[in-house]
Design a protein around this ligand. Structure first.
Ligand code: IMP
Length: 431
């Protein structure tokens, strides 16, 4: 079976968790490669709801090995709690989860700095998840971070290193932010305890992923967030601090390009965004509220109400192009079931000019007014559909339009929250 990378095509929350869960049934490895506990993947299995932030969704399938790659920033407290919560539900995690020694640790001061920086920015804040992601990547890039592999150090060395880092962060907290310092000794002792719990799972990624590199074991790469939140290619500065696009799957694992296989983009049938920043096809007012309620659009990580809007073809095509998507999956089609009309942004108008390609700069994006193409709704439930021919004619017209204009085959359509609620299409929707 060919390997696959699952990438968010919009601003995250496209429903990647369900897709990864569905596609990971038959793979040897499910690998996360960027981000941290800012992600929130919700998966419904029978009457159980699982919300995962760090552990890959593949953990819900017996026998699948899961890997947290070096491109991630991992809060060891959150990771331990997530592992224990899954184990309480009877899922064996510790035997099947490996942690790259080169991943970075998110420390309590990263979260504190994230909050303080955001509150200082006031109205100009990014609207982060408050999980310490930006400050942790900052430490990585300025080469002052602690890595997962540090948890293997002898106790005294680990304690000393942690105290040093916390004391240096305390200087910034007290001198720059006039905030209370964190208790260095207490936290360093907690880290020593956590190291005992996590140590058996920490591995050298070069050795651990050898079988994937050699093509002997199959892998599914689970992207977090989405293309428009990518630090380089997203709506900067309103982005996260990692590469959510395809390059992250390479740098975040140390695997070569030939290991990636198919690149599958996941897009909602409409569009949402949490946090601040440009959202070109946003629906304000009642129409946006209706979509939010119909789609249950509240964040899995922070519970925040998501901003809602129509599918944006300009941004979608950009995402397909820069990731080299070989196929795409459209999720939450059923959320549009009751609408009499459905729209798609097909061009932007900027300073009196019509654009049909994505303009990239954040200064330009807020000046872009979407030009919409309207479709008649299907006003029928799609939830029970399992084959393309089960879908109402207007829903198919809508999907055919997306496929044609995106220039990327639709390989799957999700029509409900359960695992089975999928229409798979080998040759796309236009046949
Ligand atoms: P951070 O990743 O917590 O620094 O947040 C930066 C931006 O990315 C904010 O707008 C967040 O709302 C957004 N963000 C981060 N993770 C996710 C996610 O998993 N889904 C959707 N938005 C996210």
């Amino acid at each position: 079976m060919e390997n696959r990378v699952i990438i968010g095509g919009q601003w995250g929350d496209e429903g990647k968790g369900k897709i990864v869960d569905t596609l990971s049934r038959d793979v040897d490895w499910v690998i996360r490669y960027q981000g941290g506990a800012n992600a929130g993947h919700t998966i419904h299995i029978e009457d159980q709801k699982h919300v995962l932030h760090l552990v890959p969704s593949g953990i819900l399938h017996d026998g699948v090995q899961c890997f947290l790659g070096g491109g991630m920033v991992i809060d060891p407290w959150s990771l331990r709690d997530e592992i224990l919560a899954l184990e309480q539900k009877g899922i064996d995690v510790r035997e099947r989860l490996q942690l790259s020694a080169t991943s970075q640790l998110v420390m309590p001061f990263h979260k504190r700095l994230d909050e303080l920086r955001e509150s200082r920015l006031k109205r100009k804040c990014i609207g982060t998840t408050g999980r310490g992601i930006g400050p942790a990547y900052l430490d990585k890039m300025q080469r002052t971070g602690m890595r997962m592999g540090d948890l293997m150090l002898p106790r005294e060395n680990l304690e000393r290193k942690a105290i040093e880092k916390i004391l240096s962060a305390n200087e910034v907290l007290s001198q720059f932010y006039e905030a209370d310092p964190l208790p260095a000794k207490v936290l360093a002792e907690e880290i020593v305890v956590l190291s005992q719990f996590l140590k058996p799972m920490i591995v050298n990624p070069y050795d651990a992923l050898r079988a994937v590199r050699d093509g002997v074991a199959s892998a599914l790469f689970e992207g977090a967030q989405g293309t428009l939140l990518d630090i380089d290619h997203g709506t900067y500065p309103y982005v996260t601090s990692s590469n959510c696009t395809i390059g992250g799957a390479l740098t975040g694992t140390g695997l070569p390009p030939r290991s990636l296989g198919e690149i599958v983009g996941v897009f909602k049938a409409y569009c949402t965004r949490v946090g601040n920043g440009p959202f070109m096809s946003e629906l304000l007012g009642e129409a946006g509220d209706q979509l939010r309620e119909a789609g249950g659009e509240y964040g899995a990580t922070t519970g925040r109400a998501r901003r809602c809007g129509w599918f944006d073809l300009i941004a979608g095509r950009y995402a397909a192009d820069i990731n080299g998507m070989t196929g795409m999956i459209i999720t939450k089609l059923d959320v549009l079931d009751k609408l009499p009309r459905v729209k798609v942004a097909t061009a932007y108008e900027m300073d009196g000019e019509t654009l049909d390609t994505y303009p990239v700069l954040s200064e330009q994006l807020p000046r872009c007014k979407p030009l919409f193409t309207e479709f008649e709704g299907w006003e029928k439930s799609t939830e029970g559909c399992r084959r393309l021919t089960d879908l109402p004619a207007n829903a198919r017209k809508y999907l055919e339009f997306l496929e044609e204009r995106m220039g990327t085959l639709i390989v799957g359509i999700s029509v409900g929250r359960d695992r089975e609620a999928m229409v798979w299409t080998e040759t796309g929707v236009s046949g």
